[in-house]
Design a protein around this ligand. Structure first.
Ligand code: OFO
Length: 182
């Protein structure tokens, strides 16, 4: 079992992860609209990853015998100035998510909740990768500046990003994600 306070904090994290998915879905739609299909693909892969982040927490709350309480997801922005603007916003958002994961870990430590600490470790590691990915792309976009050829090259590179979306949840979210290599 986990405390009611931890359960509530994890439920709030489900909402943040769902918002992350919604934000990247919105960015993907925008990229498609302006013809940046590779960028659109990158953000769509990110959307699927965020959905899994949310679902893993959803499953953990239930496995601990606590209640999942879903809340409204706020609307994401729908217009963006440029690819650099989108990735700056992405990095800023991921830094916010990192802080929220750290807060959850602090709570788990304060409550001597070892199970939640072990569960959250995956998210701590994941956030390092998320911020690194965003920083790498931001660095490239800064080199590219207003060079359309450079942007098209990066668009082709981002078109290659792939993920496997789990479809068999008969043994739970964690098993489905592991089987899909996600
Ligand atoms: Fe982007 O890592 Fe979850 O939110």
């Amino acid at each position: 079992m986990i405390s009611e306070k931890m359960s509530q904090a994890l439920n709030e994290q489900v909402n943040r992860e769902m918002y992350s998915a919604y934000l990247y879905m919105s960015m993907s739609a925008h990229c498609n609209q302006v013809g940046l299909k590779g960028f659109a693909n990158w953000f769509m892969v990110q959307y699927h990853e965020e959905m899994l982040h949310a679902m893993k927490i959803y499953e953990y709350i239930q496995r601990q015998g606590n209640e999942v309480k879903l809340a409204a997801i706020k609307a994401p922005p729908t217009s963006f100035e440029s690819p650099l603007d989108m990735f700056n916003q992405t990095l800023e958002h991921e830094q916010f998510i990192t802080r929220s994961i750290n807060d959850l870990m602090e709570l788990a430590i304060a409550e001597k909740d070892h199970a939640s600490q072990i569960f959250l470790e995956w998210y701590v590691t994941e956030q390092v990768e998320e911020e690194e990915n965003d920083n790498d792309i931001i660095a490239q976009l800064k080199w590219i500046k207003d060079n359309p050829q450079g942007l098209m090259m990066l668009d082709r590179e981002l078109a290659a990003r792939m993920t496997t979306v789990p479809t068999d949840f008969s043994k739970g979210v964690e098993s489905a994600a592991t089987a899909a290599g996600a």
